[in-house]
Design a protein. Structure first.
Length: 431
């Protein structure tokens, strides 16, 4: 009982640590066109319209889950949150929470895995899990989109949980494997964005590959794939039919730069990092290293690499529809690439163990992982909290617990981002 209570407290602490400075960052970021456009129509459309017609006009994906959540969040404040909140913060609270919760989930998942691998080193395993969750959380590409009122943060969070559940489904025996949770999260993914169909398609191929290389019962795997498709294909097709033709246009150069940005920033915080080549090397080293040692880890690393390659069909579909391709459209790659990078660290440590006899063999991986990961993330929390005093002052100035009775503030918020910012300043009484 005490252990469970401590875990709840730890989860709350980690959530606050991950979320608070992102809340402050969200409040300092102005609205842009796609945000204000989506929020305006989410406010205008009711739940039935969003569910049946899909996401508001102007959105590339018509899957409505993020907008249903936004409208539900608005309903708690009688669809007039501007009378109490700074809208910059209000509309980004769900998105920040999704990314923070995903990294809390990652911490507890990895803590359990590391403790299974090294049962005599529980405290060190906990620190290693914390280091990995910090590394994941501090991905500046993910953090940038976690503070926007768009679908990307929810998509990213669901992608992380989806990847980890797939790992558990294949690792654990049938009675303990979380297949129901995996099916449910898969359905949520395609309900969040049609692009997740890429992830589902690749998951099907991955399950077939896993069955072939591990000699799993074909009938059982076929049944699981059938359930997965039944949970996802109808939702995907329903909202795919509602995507309008667009005329933005994309090029191969845009596609290449978009994928390169996500890959480099998944391995390091900046593409000019002095070790930026180590990440791409993981593509070759990790699957080969684990192929004979642990087939599941090797296949999972191939899964992460395959999701990068599967961005090509997504680009071709976007190009066919006349849409504009951007790096945020492949944000789903971040969890798999993070796994690949961490597994690469593990691989290096294990290779050292095999080649060089060490007295601290069991601890080598965790020590290396801690040092390497913390060297990547230590600067971000420090820089993030340097401006805490100013952030708190801004928060106090722009938020209040009192009802703003200005009649102009009671009006519906406008469509354009500049007008929305001016309206927000009026309600917050910011000159």
């Amino acid at each position: 009982m005490l252990k469970k209570a401590l875990d709840i407290l730890l989860a709350l602490f980690l959530f606050c640590f991950f979320a608070i400075h992102l809340f402050f960052a969200a409040q300092g970021k102005k609205f842009w066109n796609d945000e204000s456009d989506g929020l305006f129509y989410t406010r205008v459309f009711n739940f039935t319209q969003l569910l049946w017609d899909g996401a508001p006009p102007g959105q590339a994906s018509r899957s409505p889950l993020p907008y249903l959540i936004d409208r539900l969040w608005m309903s708690f404040w009688n669809y007039a949150p501007q009378q109490y909140w700074d809208l910059r913060l209000f509309f980004r609270v769900p998105q920040v929470s999704f990314w923070a919760l995903a990294n809390v989930f990652l911490f507890f998942f990895l803590r359990r895995r590391f403790r299974e691998w090294l049962p005599s080193q529980k405290h060190l395993a906990t620190l290693a899990a914390l280091a990995v969750s910090l590394f994941s959380y501090s991905n500046n590409f993910a953090s940038f989109y976690a503070i926007e009122s768009r679908a990307y943060s929810l998509w990213l969070a669901l992608s992380m949980v989806h990847f980890l559940l797939l790992w558990d489904c294949l690792r654990l025996p049938d009675g303990k494997a979380p297949w129901k949770g995996f099916y449910f999260v898969s359905a949520l993914l395609v309900f969040c964005t049609y692009t997740a169909a890429i992830q589902i398609a690749f998951a099907v191929g991955f399950l077939l590959l896993y069955a072939r290389h591990t000699k799993a019962p074909v009938s059982l795997m076929t049944k699981r794939i059938g359930i997965l498709l039944l949970c996802t294909v109808p939702i995907t097709l329903f909202y795919l039919t509602k995507i309008p033709a667009m005329s933005y246009g994309s090029t191969w150069g845009i596609y290449g730069l978009a994928v390169l940005e996500v890959v480099l920033k998944a391995f390091h915080h900046h593409s000019h990092h002095p070790l930026f080549l180590t990440g791409p090397l993981m593509f070759l080293f990790v699957p080969l290293f684990w192929w004979k040692r642990d087939r599941l880890l090797a296949l999972l690393s191939l899964h992460a690499i395959g999701l990068v390659l599967f961005s090509l069909p997504l680009f071709l579909f976007t190009w066919w529809k006349g849409g504009l391709f951007a790096s945020r459209y492949v944000i789903y790659m971040v969890p798999g690439l993070t796994f690949l990078y961490v597994l690469g660290l593990f691989s290096v440590a294990k290779w050292i163990q095999e080649k060089v006899p060490l007295r601290l063999q069991q601890r080598t991986f965790l020590i290396l992982l801690l040092l390497w990961s913390l060297s990547e993330v230590i600067g971000r929390p420090i820089s993030a909290y340097k401006g805490t005093k100013a952030d708190i002052a801004r928060f106090s100035a722009r938020n209040s617990y009192k009802h703003n009775e200005d009649p102009l503030c009671a009006l519906e918020f406008p469509h354009e981002p500049e007008e929305l910012e001016a309206f927000n300043d009026l309600c917050r009484k910011i000159q």
